[in-house]
Design a protein around this ligand. Structure first.
Ligand code: ZN
Length: 499
C-alpha cells in the first residue's frame, strides 16, 4: 500500500467516524433526548460538522489526492480515492461564507415554513424560499456543472445522476403512469379499505413488527427498533449498529407494518455492507436512490405481495386481533394495495407516488435554471398536480408547502425517491431471472434467497459503482422504466379487475 493511500485511508476513517457520531446524535435527538438537551445537542452537532468540514477540505487532503490516481487497478483503492476526490472538490469549491449562509437560512427556514404551512400562508414562506433558491443557485455555480445547474445539486444525493438522464427516464415514467392511474381509478373492482381502519391494539402491532423484521433477516444483535413520529433508519458506523424506527396507530395498522418493512429494507442494506471497509466509501451505501430501492423493494414489492403473506397472513390475523377475523387473504391483499390519486406525497400509494416526484423534479429543475420564479411556485404546482395526478390542491398547505425539503435547502433530493422504485423493480426482475422459483420461495416463507441475491449483487459493492453502473452490473441493463411498469401492471390490474 502506498504511503499516500495509507494516509488517505486514515483521514477517510476519521471522517467516517464523524459521520457515525453525527448519525448517533441525530438518532438520540429523535428517540431519546429530553427537550432541554437541545442546546448542548446543537453545539455538538455544529462541532462535529465543522471538524468534518476541516478534515475534508484540509490542505493535506488536497496534497494526498494530488499524489493518488483514480484509475488504480485495485477497485477498493480506486473507489476510496474517487469518492474522497469528489467530496473534496464539492467542499473546497463552495466559499465558507456561502455554506454558513445556507445553513443559517435553512435552520431558520424550517421554522418559518412550519408556521407558514400551519397558517396556510405562502407569502410568509416565499421570502425565505426565494433566498434559499438564490443561495442554492450560487452553490450550483460554485460547484460547477457540465449542462445544468441542477446536476450539481443532485450530485450530493445521487452521485453521477444528470438532469438530462433523469429527465428522459421521468418523461417516460410520466407517459406510462398517468393512464395507468386513470385506469385504476375508473376500474370496476375497488378494494374495501375499511378493513384497514378498525381496532388494532398496539401490543399486537409491535409483536408483528418485530416478527416481520426478524423474518426479513434484520439482525437485532446489530440493530434496534424504536418508535418515532417520522420513521427512519440510521447506521452508526456501518452494519454493526443499524437503528430503525416505526410508529403505531391503533385505528390503522399499515403505517406501522409497512413503515417497519420500509425501514428494515434500508437497514438490511446497511447490515449488508462489508465490515472490513467500515468508515470508508467502499463500506458505504452507493446513493440515496439505491438506498431507497432497498426499502421500496421490501416494503412494496415483497411486503405488499400476495406471495409474502401466503405463509404469514394467519399469524398477522392472530397478532393483530379480532379485526381481521373473517377477512380473506385476497381482501387483505387488495386493501393494502389500494391506489387513489391524492394530494399528499407521503401518503401516496406506490402507483401515484412517482407522479408526485416528477412534479417536484420538474419544478426544481426549472427553479434552478431560472425558468420558474418563487412567486409563481404555487400556481405552477397546482397546474402540475391537476395535469399529473388529477387532483387540485385546495390550498398551499396541501400543495407546494407540504414538504419540509425546500425549507431546508434540500434541492435535488426528491428524484431519489422515484429512482428508488425504478431500481427496486429492475433488481427484482433480475433476481427473478437468476432464480426462476423466487416467487415460489417467497410464498413458502423464504425471503433469505432474495436477500442473499441483493447482498451479492448490490450491498457488498458499497460505493464501488455509481448508481447506474451498479444497475448495469447487477441487472445487465441501464436503468429503464419497463420493469417497474411491468411490475405495476402485473400486480394491480388483477386486483382492480382489469386483467
Ligand atoms: Zn426510505
Amino acid at each position: 500500500m502506498s504511503d499516500a493511500y495509507a494516509k488517505l485511508l486514515d483521514k477517510l476513517r476519521d471522517i467516517g467516524k464523524l459521520d457515525a457520531l453525527d448519525a448517533l446524535l441525530e438518532w438520540d435527538q429523535d428517540v431519546m433526548m429530553p427537550p432541554k438537551g437541545i442546546t448542548a445537542h446543537a453545539e455538538c452537532v455544529a462541532f462535529v460538522a465543522s471538524e468534518r468540514h476541516k478534515l475534508r477540505t484540509s490542505p493535506e487532503m488536497g496534497e494526498l489526492l494530488e499524489q493518488l490516481n483514480d484509475a488504480d487497478n485495485d477497485p477498493v483503492r480506486a473507489t476510496n480515492v474517487r469518492e474522497a476526490r469528489r467530496k473534496y472538490k464539492r467542499a473546497v469549491k463552495v466559499p465558507a461564507e456561502l455554506i454558513s449562509e445556507i445553513a443559517r437560512t435553512a435552520s431558520k427556514g424550517r421554522d418559518i415554513w412550519a408556521a407558514a404551512r400551519k397558517a396556510n400562508d405562502y407569502a410568509k414562506f416565499s421570502p425565505t424560499l426565494g433566498k434559499l433558491i438564490k443561495l442554492k443557485r450560487e452553490q450550483a455555480q460554485a460547484i460547477g456543472f457540465k449542462e445544468h445547474p441542477y446536476d450539481a445539486l443532485m450530485d450530493e444525493y445521487e452521485p453521477g445522476a444528470t438532469t438530462k438522464d433523469v429527465g428522459v427516464v421521468f418523461d417516460e415514467l410520466r407517459r406510462q403512469l398517468v393512464p395507468l392511474v386513470r385506469a385504476l381509478a375508473d376500474a370496476p373492482n375497488q378494494p374495501d379499505v375499511s378493513i384497514l381502519h378498525r381496532s388494532y391494539p398496539r401490543p399486537g402491532q409491535e409483536k408483528l413488527c418485530r416478527k416481520l423484521a426478524e423474518d426479513l433477516g434484520f439482525d437485532f444483535d446489530a440493530g434496534r427498533l424504536d418508535v418515532t413520529v417520522h420513521p427512519f433508519c440510521t447506521s452508526i458506523g456501518g452494519g454493526g449498529d443499524v437503528r430503525v424506527t416505526t410508529r403505531y396507530d391503533e385505528q390503522f395498522f399499515p403505517p406501522a407494518i409497512f413503515g417497519l418493512m420500509h425501514e428494515v429494507g434500508h437497514g438490511l442494506y446497511e447490515q449488508g455492507l462489508e465490515p472490513e471497509h467500515v468508515f470508508t466509501p467502499m463500506g458505504m451505501y452507493c446513493s440515496l436512490g439505491i438506498h431507497e430501492s432497498q426499502s421500496r423493494l421490501w416494503e412494496n414489492m415483497v411486503g405488499r405481495s400476495k406471495a409474502f403473506w401466503q405463509t404469514r397472513y394467519a399469524l398477522a390475523q392472530e397478532m393483530l386481533g379480532a379485526s381481521l377475523a373473517g377477512v380473506s387473504l385476497d381482501a387483505f391483499h387488495a386493501a393494502i394495495n389500494h391506489v387513489a390519486p391524492s394530494l399528499i406525497r407521503v401518503e401516496a400509494d406506490e402507483v401515484t407516488y412517482g407522479l408526485h416526484i416528477i412534479l417536484r423534479f420538474e419544478m426544481e429543475r426549472d427553479i434552478l435554471s431560472g425558468k420558474l420564479e418563487v412567486d409563481d411556485v404555487p400556481e405552477a404546482w397546482n397546474a402540475k398536480m391537476t395535469e399529473l395526478v388529477g387532483v387540485t390542491p385546495p390550498n398551499d398547505a396541501q400543495g407546494c408547502m407540504q414538504d419540509v425539503h425546500w425549507s431546508m435547502g434540500a434541492f435535488g433530493y426528491f428524484p431519489t425517491y422515484a429512482l428508488g422504485n425504478l431500481y427496486a423493480a429492475q433488481f427484482l426482475a433480475a433476481a427473478k431471472r437468476d432464480i426462476p422459483d423466487l416467487v415460489d420461495r417467497i410464498a413458502a416463507g423464504d425471503t433469505r434467497t432474495l436477500l442473499d441475491w441483493l447482498r451479492r449483487n448490490v450491498h457488498r459493492h458499497g460505493m464501488r459503482y455509481q448508481a447506474n453502473e451498479l444497475c448495469r452490473e447487477a441487472t445487465g441493463e441501464s436503468l429503464s422504466v419497463a420493469p417497474f411498469m411491468q411490475y405495476l401492471e402485473t400486480k394491480f390490474k388483477p386486483i382492480y379487475g382489469l386483467a
